[in-house]
Design a binder for this molecule. Structure first.
Ligand code: ATP
Ligand code: MG
Length: 630
């Protein structure tokens, strides 16, 4: 089917469209009503009962029990695990039996704090099986972040590992868990430890800490019946990255999410049953939930899960895995590709990638030079993919599973099915004309799969997302521009906009321009207070390895490009060449903290910062003075 027809049906007759899509999954009881709206809330597939675990595992046993369901590769431990759907079914049932034995039941929360290992998938699916609500917290988060999430979710149980590993180094998790539980106001009574044998120093609290291997032996082979849940019961919670503030507990439903996964894995990601999807995301992120776990498994595909760095043992590791498992669709992030871009492009050509059809990238703006580098290097279409933790699946994308519209570099493409998108002019509140900048909004109802609310905080759901304009539209809080063909380009977050002498510039536009300099690996642009102009753009950039030019020369080159491409107004007032840029654990640039440091202000909550060294690097650069501009 053509994208245009598919999309038009989805927005003109949403109930009919989604009723049809709902046939992709198993319903124990069919929905009585497809959509029930009380804007800004809405309920999909009302009265229908289903189960995510049943759709992801049990349903495939008859037809594809012996097919690989999950491949978990760790280049950190050197362990690869390959599980068929039958083996996955067995492991998930065992895990579910352990949860049930520990008293976890329907509606209880379980916080999962595990690295990218197979047990994370077992734990999530086991929760889904019994109707418990999982809340996966990215394993790299520090104790304080974990404590905040524990207090918000109030879990019955916490599942953790003894340790994770990164670049060959063991990172103990258990001490972080202990610290988080000491800090938390509502710590769970029990902790279930997946002991990987990585941290011999790990200590246990008697009566609280339990060993998964021991309980697994006691419950191995037990069958746990699936809990049939009403479509709108909560399936899981996932906290946003916290790039702009306090994380929100995004709550997902059951039926709507299952349908969104079944449709998107096929029509967007072009993965059919029996084919292989490789997402490099951590299970702790939205992409990990949807396209490492639920999407591919609901779709009867094989999911490849990876623990390790993209450059370890060498920068060819991802492509080697693509060759070995015949990966069809790969999903990664611009940050991941920029890491590889610092290395020799020859690694992209070393392996047989004839099975690889598409590379999707999401999470941050994909700058054109990076897009070109990877597209040419791999020789497959690279599809920029815009979404948020809130949406749970792409909101702006191209859909090669239907028909691939032309890729336009710099744009993630067109609205995904069910998203009624508008770009709104902030001052007039009216729709921006093609080519005009504005705020990206979605008109209700949000399609299936998007958040149902903020956990236990309906008021925050309304105030965070639906109260920015006169009409009750969902504000993405991202700034965008739509061209005459309907392609959307994201210009940055609404709070990242720079106001230079009354003109509004998206940081993204300047970053994009700076990145066209061949020596630049990555750039962050922030608006810094200026007495004359209100704000001026300041550039921080890392350079590619082995650049011959002096930093000052590169900085001049960057400035020239901005002036040529965007005009003198956008001219960066200062350029700092640094060795690292501060990012969140999810690879998002912390522009807010950069801006604060430039203005000698408090850099704010740094608990999601990935590498504290990067911030020191910026502090030193600020002390030293810019490479260009005084
Ligand atoms: P918080 O909402 O807590 O501040 P966050 O917005 O960083 O955190 P996520 O939901 O992980 O948390 O990130 C979604 C955001 O990432 C989008 O709103 C957008 O700003 C950015 N983003 C994601 N994909 C793209 C893309 N393809 N192009 C440009 N920006 C993107
Ligand atoms: Mg956000």
């Amino acid at each position: 089917m053509r994208y245009e027809d598919f999309y038009r049906q989805s927005v003109e007759r949403p109930e009919q469209f989604w009723a049809e899509q709902a046939r992709r999954i198993h319903w124990e009881t069919p929905p009585a009503k497809i959509l029930e709206e009380s804007t800004p809330f809405r309920r999909w597939f009302v009265g229908g009962t289903t189960n995510l675990c049943h759709n992801a595992v049990d349903r495939h046993l008859a037809e594809r029990g012996e097919q690989l369901a999950l491949v978990a590769v760790s280049t950190e431990t050197g362990i690869t695990r390959e599980l068929s759907y039958r083996e996955l079914h067995r492991e998930v049932n065992t895990f579910a039996a352990v949860l049930a034995a520990l008293g976890v039941g329907r509606g209880d929360r379980v916080v999962i704090y595990l690295p990218n290992v197979a047990e994370a998938v077992f734990a999530m699916l086991a929760c889904a099986r019994i109707g418990a609500i999982h809340s996966v917290v990215f394993g790299g988060f520090a104790a304080h972040n974990l404590a905040l999430r524990i207090d918000d979710a109030e879990p019955r149980l916490l599942v953790c590992a003894d340790a994770g590993m990164r670049g060959g180094k063991v990172i103990p998790y258990k001490p972080l868990v202990d610290a988080a539980l000491a800090e938390a106001k509502s710590p769970p009574p029990q902790v279930l430890i997946v002991d990987r044998g990585l941290d011999p120093q790990m200590t246990r609290v008697a009566g609280r800490d339990l060993d998964y291997a021991e309980l697994r032996r006691a419950h191995e082979g037990e069958q746990v019946p699936v809990a049939w849940l009403e479509s709108n019961e909560p399936s899981y919670l996932l906290y946003t990255s916290g790039t702009t503030g306090k994380p929100k507990g995004i709550q997902r439903d059951v039926g709507g999410y299952a349908v969104a996964m079944a449709m998107s894995i096929r029509c967007i990601f072009d993965v059919a049953p029996g084919q292989v999807m490789f997402s490099t995301s951590d299970v702790g992120w939205a992409v990990g939930h949807s396209y490492n776990v639920y999407g591919p498994l609901i779709g009867g595909a094989t999911s490849l899960l990876y623990e390790g760095l993209p450059t370890h043992p060498d920068p060819g590791i991802w492509w080697q895995l693509c060759e070995r498992y015949g990966v069809r669709t790969m999903f990664s992030s611009p940050t991941g590709i920029r890491v590889l871009k610092k290395q020799d492009a020859g690694w992209l050509k070393k392996y047989d990638l004839s099975e690889l059809k598409w590379l999707f990238l999401a999470g941050e703006p994909l700058d054109e030079p990076t897009a070109h580098w990877i597209t040419e290097g791999l020789g497959v279409p690279v599809i920029d993919n815009y979404w948020q933790t809130e949406t749970g699946w792409p909101a702006i994308t191209l859909m090669p599973g239907l028909d691939l519209k032309p890729v336009k570099f710099g744009s993630p493409g067109l609205p995904a099915p069910g998203y009624r998108m508008k770009v709104i002019d902030e001052t007039t509140g009216g729709e921006a004309a093609p080519g005009q900048k504005g705020v990206l909004v979605f008109e209700p109802p949000l399609p299936p799969g998007c958040l149902s609310t903020v956990w236990r905080d309906d008021a925050r759901y309304v105030s965070s997302y639906f109260s920015h304009f006169r009409e009750p539209v969902y504000s993405s809080l991202d700034w965008a521009i739509r061209d005459a063909d309907g392609y959307v380009t994201i210009l940055g977050r609404t709070d990242d906009v720079i106001n230079v002498a009354g003109h509004r510039l998206g940081t993204r536009e300047i970053e994009e321009s700076v990145s066209t300099h061949p020596a630049v690996a990555e750039a962050a642009v922030v608006g810094v207070k200026d007495e004359l102009k209100g704000q001026v753009p300041v550039v921080f950039a890392t350079l590619k390895q082995g650049v011959g030019e002096a930093p000052k020369q590169v900085a001049q080159g960057m400035q020239q490009r901005v002036v040529q491409q965007l005009g003198a107004l956008a001219r960066p007032a200062r350029v700092y060449v640094v060795n690292a840029l501060p990012k969140t654990r999810s690879g998002k640039l912390l522009r807010r903290s950069l801006q604060a440091l430039c203005q000698q202000a408090d850099p704010g909550d740094l608990s999601t910062l990935d590498d504290p060294g990067a911030l020191d690097e910026v502090r030193r650069a600020l002390e030293r003075g810019p490479d260009l501009g005084a």
